[in-house]
Design a protein around this ligand. Structure first.
Ligand code: GAR
Length: 209
């Protein structure tokens, strides 16, 4: 049975594009992109999704960002209309700058992934790359994790490290992290599609094939 995929975005959509490209070139098999949902109108990600012939939907939150089940119900309705269900679906948050309500997390338990630009649990929340620079860490990176009821706290699927250079600013660091994001997010989706992720408490075990 194939997995029906929804990708939730807020802006540029480069992680979304990395996933869609891997599906199109056959690196990820058995995943059907059903819809790209944005909480903001007129963002680049929507144009890119159309370029990949994926349906798009704007569910405008008018800048209100707190966890809100009333808003998330509109997402659930859209997911269900596209047959992205808790038993056959995968929802990828890809630069989606909202916190999901606990009701949504429970409904789609272990079916929602997120990418975050730090080595969690370091530097959760906004501006992770700036937080890393200001703290002075020598190594940071990126994390793909399942979401749970907390902010950036769910079981970790994959991480990749990135060295912080003395001459880095936020932009240069973010762009090197982004290159690694584009590698690990499609890899995580592929592992999910291959049924190779086992969640054991906080740990996600990757089954060898
Ligand atoms: C990415 O760096 C992603 O890790 C980050 O936003 C960027 C979105 O870029 N997400 C977060 O900070 C979530 N807290 P993209 O739209 O080009 O994928």
């Amino acid at each position: 049975m194939s997995i029906n995929l929804a990708i939730l975005v807020s802006g540029r959509g480069s992680n979304m594009e990395a996933i869609l490209r891997s599906i199109r070139d056959g690196t990820i098999k058995g995943v059907v992109p059903k819809v790209v949902i944005s909480n903001r109108p007129n963002v680049r990600a929507l144009d890119v999704a159309r370029h990949y012939n994926v349906d798009t939907q704007v569910i405008d939150d008018n800048g209100k960002k707190g966890a809100d089940w009333e808003y998330d119900k509109r997402i659930v309705k859209c997911l269900q209309e596209r047959d992205v269900r808790p038993d056959n679906g995968l929802v990828c948050l890809a630069g989606f700058m909202r916190i999901m309500s606990k009701e949504f997390v429970q409904l789609y338990r272990w079916r929602v992934m997120n990418i975050h630009p730090s080595l969690l649990p370091a530097f959760p929340g906004l501006n992770a790359q700036r937080q890393a620079l200001e703290y002075g860490v020598k190594i940071t990176g990126c994390t793909v994790h399942f979401i749970d009821e907390g902010v950036d706290t769910g079981p970790i699927i994959l991480q990749e490290a990135v060295e912080v250079r003395d001459d880095d600013d936020v932009e240069s660091l973010a762009s090197r992290i982004l290159e690694k994001e584009h590698e690990i997010y499609p890899r995580a989706v592929r592992l999910f599609a291959e049924g190779r992720l086992r969640i054991e408490g906080r740990r996600v075990r990757i089954i060898l094939n």
